[in-house]
Design a protein around this ligand. Structure first.
Ligand SMILES: Nc1ncnc2c1ncn2[C@@H]1O[C@H](COP(=O)(O)OP(=O)(O)OP(=O)(O)O)[C@@H](O)[C@H]1O
Length: 641
């Protein structure tokens, strides 16, 4: 057992279990081969309708939650200051650290209308500044508590903003600076190719964060807070440190080192980092830390008719949304921070019930959130953090109207009165446009590794295939090899990307007829089928997942050793995301792509990418790239996933 008995029944509430396996060393709890389990007690110590760990305290203390909301629209019951309990008492559930007395020294209390939680504006005194590295450095950046500072003007800031850091970054007060600009010649540092055979890839079961340490990091922006050296530098409560440890995170990845202080300092952030390099924690952790530091749980939230989260995290697909939700729950385990998830394809009623129990962090797909806003079940007037994860993909999927509805047409505070974080592995032009609209001018731009590049952890192979039969047979070969390796040990997993939903179905059926344990996922499958497939895949019962691009982004399963581009995508960015399903958290992986003449227009960017990642480029592919073949039988550009 994991020891993670998360008592947050604000989970999915549809009887879906938390995605259990990857990276947690947890064995899948399913027993039927399809990952199906009864919907109740789930091996995480959850009771179906658990009265959570903070139980009665949460539901009793704030008797006076009526009154106008901060937005003045009367949407929310708002606590009257005189009804609010002493933070030292009400926060007793937030942490087991015993640091509260220290933390509240010098605090100035301000209350804003928020169901079940109010914000403490943190007024740091010298003791605070001297006892906590992370906090001291963040405040010396001159930004104070960014979020707090928008809620009151009398937030105390340290007088001196002279930087005392040891890093050039800090002392330089740079506008544009590359901190490290060394890309390793090869991963093993000795010029050897550590991936002689795809079957050996991913053999290290554990994360290998050292693999990222030499990746170049570029930071643009004024007075950027200095990066973290370790998670302890965050200066968070002990419970968070324990959660981080339980996640197996020993040291921060480069994106975490740089992004977490920026988020904690209140600045807007546009961040790109390579696939699998830990972006999720880079935004989840500071949000949780900020809520615990600056917000007080005032108790009763059951009377609330509209959920009013502090943080909204938008992501394009249901699977990714659910994954972020799980990650946020792990980091907020044993704290009072309530995390909830909403996405389409499942009944909305249960989600509404969940939300009405109170939510601090809402992870959502844009469609379902805008639906809930239309039904007046969620108000965004209290939002202090807006995260757009994989924003380019959301635009690509046609979510722009919903995003605009959420960010511009509802009651979400405008730029500068909220903190906006844009995260992606790639940043095409549409996202730059979005960033101009949604981020404040003084935002920080962070790129870890070259934007749009693939990680060196993935061995990339391109094979030329002319016939469908040859592609199918090759796939079968991979499966047989995989089967031979599997044995009794945990199976290595393969994701196969196919262009159309129809082809996904047909290929999966064929593979199953050939005796392979393959499962599939695409946009036309019901949510239940998608969940079931993902469980079977994660657990290794079905070690081959055939998918459209619905699985190209964010999917995080640590045992994926091989990605096959059965059909290559039209855009190189999508290629980068797809292959990024392997080679995650510093582990190694292999991507094999089947190239046909239809893919001629991808040849040039693909060659460039392979060269940059120091991969072998076949002669015939160079010819394709050079000869500027016009694309024969160009595929339709309509989205078909
Ligand atoms: N500091 C760390 N130490 C160990 N493992 C980590 C660390 N940070 C993240 N991980 C693990 O690395 C994996 C990839 O992280 P995550 O999904 O956040 O990557 P990502 O950058 O968002 O990827 P993508 O661009 O594909 O969405 C996850 O399993 C996560 O738990």
């Amino acid at each position: 057992m994991s020891g993670w008995e998360h008592n947050d029944d604000g989970g999915d509430g549809w009887g879906l279990e938390p995605s259990s396996t990857d990276g947690w060393g947890l064995e899948p709890r399913s027993s039927d081969g399809w990952g199906l389990e009864p919907t109740s007690s789930d091996g995480w110590g959850l009771e179906p309708s658990s009265t959570d760990r903070w139980g009665s305290e949460r539901r009793t203390s704030n008797g006076g939650t009526s009154g106008p909301s901060r937005s003045g629209k009367g949407l929310l019951p708002s606590p009257h200051p005189s009804n609010l309990p002493n933070p030292k008492n009400v926060r007793r559930n937030a942490s087991s650290s015993g640091k509260f007395g220290e933390m509240y020294k010098g605090y100035e209390e301000r209350y804003v209308g928020h169901a079940g939680r109010t914000r403490q504006n943190h007024q740091y005194n010298e003791d605070d500044l001297n006892t906590n590295y992370g906090r001291r450095e963040l405040d010396k950046s001159g930004y104070g508590r960014g979020i707090g500072s928008r809620m009151t003007n009398n937030l105390s800031r340290p007088k001196s903003i002279v930087r005392h850091g040891t890093l050039d970054v800090v002392e330089g007060g740079f506008n544009q600076m590359t901190i490290v600009d060394k890309l390793p010649k090869s991963i093993d540092g000795a010029g050897n190719d550590p991936y002689p055979d795809y079957s050996s890839a991913c053999s290290n079961g554990n994360a290998n964060i050292d693999a990222y340490q030499n990746v170049s990091v570029e930071v643009n922006g004024k007075d950027v807070p200095r990066p973290l050296n370790s998670f302890k530098d965050i200066g968070s409560e002990v419970v968070i440190q324990i959660n981080i440890e339980k996640c197996g995170y020993k040291q921060p990845t480069p994106i975490q080192k740089h992004a977490i202080p920026v988020c904690l300092s209140g600045r807007d952030l546009m961040a790109t980092a390579q696939t699998g390099s830990g972006k999720t924690a880079a935004f989840c952790l500071p949000i949780i830390v900020d809520i615990l530091r600056c917000c007080t749980n005032t108790g009763d939230s059951t009377s609330v008719s509209m959920a009013a989260p502090f943080a909204v995290i938008l992501s394009p697909t249901r699977e990714l949304t659910s994954q972020i939700h799980e990650e946020a729950k792990k980091f907020s385990h044993n704290t009072s921070v309530r995390v909830a998830v909403v996405y389409g394809g499942v009944p909305i009623g249960v989600q509404v019930n969940n939300l009405q129990r109170g939510v601090d962090i809402l992870v959502a797909t844009p469609g379902r959130l805008s639906d809930l806003m239309d039904r007046r079940k969620v108000t965004l007037s209290n939002v202090e953090f807006l995260v757009l994860d994989e924003a380019d993909r959301m635009l690509d999927m046609g979510f722009e109207p919903q995003i605009r509805r959420i960010v511009e047409e509802g009651d979400m505070p405008p730029v500068k009165q909220r903190q906006t974080l844009l995260f992606s592995a790639t940043f095409p032009n549409e996202i730059k446009r979005l960033a101009r609209t949604y981020l404040s001018e003084d935002h920080v731009h962070l790129s870890v590794g070259r934007t749009g590049s693939s990680t060196n952890l993935i061995k990339q192979v391109v094979e030329r295939h002319l016939e469908v039969t040859s592609k199918r047979n090759r796939l079968l070969e991979f499966f047989r090899k995989q089967e031979m390796r599997g044995g009794k040990e945990r199976t290595m997993l393969t994701v196969v990307f196919v262009e159309t939903k129809r082809e996904v179905d047909s290929l999966t059926e064929w593979l199953c007829r050939m005796g392979c344990s393959a499962t599939s996922i695409h946009g036309d499958r019901t949510q239940y089928e998608r969940e079931r497939s993902m469980k079977a895949f994660r657990s290794g019962k079905m070690p081959m997942l055939i998918a459209t691009d619905v699985a190209a982004r964010g999917l995080d399963v640590s045992d994926i050793s091989l990605v096959v581009n059965y059909d290559l995508p039209r855009e190189i960015d999508t290629y980068v995301h797809r292959i990024g399903r392997t080679g995650r958290a510093g582990r190694m992986g292999t991507a094999i792509s089947f190239f046909s003449e239809n893919d001629a227009s991808l040849a040039k960017p693909l060659v460039d990418l392979l060269k940059e990642a120091k991969q072998e480029v076949p002669e015939w592919l160079l010819d394709f790239a050079d000869s500027r073949h016009t694309r024969v039988g160009r595929r339709s550009s309509s989205k078909n996933w």
